[in-house]
Design a protein around this ligand. Structure first.
Ligand code: ATP
Length: 240
């Protein structure tokens, strides 16, 4: 029996927002946004820097009861006071089964989570202190050791510390988690991760949030264009 998706949809209660001209409600991509349906395996959120991916991903994580800086549900701390109010206006539509496991892997604050895990001496599943590994090694240890499957996992730029080779390792780790009945929601800039087939890709831009295909993403097109003819691209970019 298929127990997924754990999370079916989010709905944005925009009509209840009073301060529509303030962050995060003034983000262009959110202006016409009403709801977003999740894929039972992987949902990708993409968009240009500043499009609002982290804001949306953080709000989904907060609605699920995860801490803003990441980690498991037990990790609840904040090193700074810049959490957006978006989560108060999101309604989660869940599936009929709850996941057994939750994790929010957030590249920008992973260091803080690692410090917190060390201070609280709770390193179970991490295979030792993340601080005693490279940034990329520590990320991969979360994907391959900490996450147990049957989980709902939220990742924000998991590729941040990974070489292209290790991004392919991460892709295989994501597939392994899907095969262990997990559902993942991933904000990414990685054309390697985005190739994952059992997925939907949502693009955030000034026109809103829309579904797109892998080959239509700028990530695919720009990377392909650059690598296919990097000398010509360098001529243009460097004006030579
Ligand atoms: N705490 C904040 N207060 C005010 N504006 C903010 C805050 N955090 C982010 N913003 C703005 O909101 C917009 C969306 O930011 P967000 O971090 O969600 O983008 P992103 O798509 O995740 O970008 P990136 O790919 O660079 O991580 C940006 O214009 C950003 O400057």
């Amino acid at each position: 029996m298929n127990i997924k998706p754990y999370l079916r949809e989010i709905q944005y209660l925009r009509e209840q927002v009073v301060t529509k001209d303030e962050y995060p409600f003034n983000i262009s991509a959110l202006k016409g946004f009403q709801s977003l349906e999740f894929h039972q395996d992987v949902t990708f959120i993409v968009g240009e820097n500043g499009a609002g991916k982290s804001t949306l991903i953080e709000a989904i994580a907060l609605c699920l009861g995860l801490g803003a800086e990441g980690g498991t549900k037990n990790v609840q701390f904040s090193t700074h006071d810049n959490i957006s109010g978006l989560s108060s206006y999101l309604k989660l539509i869940r599936g009929y089964k709850m996941p057994d496991d939750y994790y929010f892997l957030r590249a920008e604050s992973f260091y803080n989570v690692a410090t917190y895990m060390e201070q609280t001496n709770y390193l179970k599943g991490y295979g030792g202190s993340p601080h005693l590994r490279s940034h990329g090694e520590a990320f991969l240890a979360v994907l391959t050791k900490k996450l147990q499957g049957r989980g709902l996992y939220i990742f924000d730029e998991p590729e941040a510390a990974l070489s292209p080779n290790r991004q392919m390792t991460a892709l295989a780790a994501i597939d392994n988690l899907v095969k262990k009945r997990s559902q993942l929601i991933i904000a990414t800039h990685s054309p390697i991760l985005l190739s994952y087939p059992n997925s939907v890709i949502y693009m955030l831009d000034d026109d809103g949030i829309r579904k797109t295909s892998y080959e239509q993403t700028p990530h695919y097109q720009i990377t392909k264009g650059f690598l296919n003819d990097y000398e010509r691209m360098l001529d243009i970019l460097l004006d030579r």
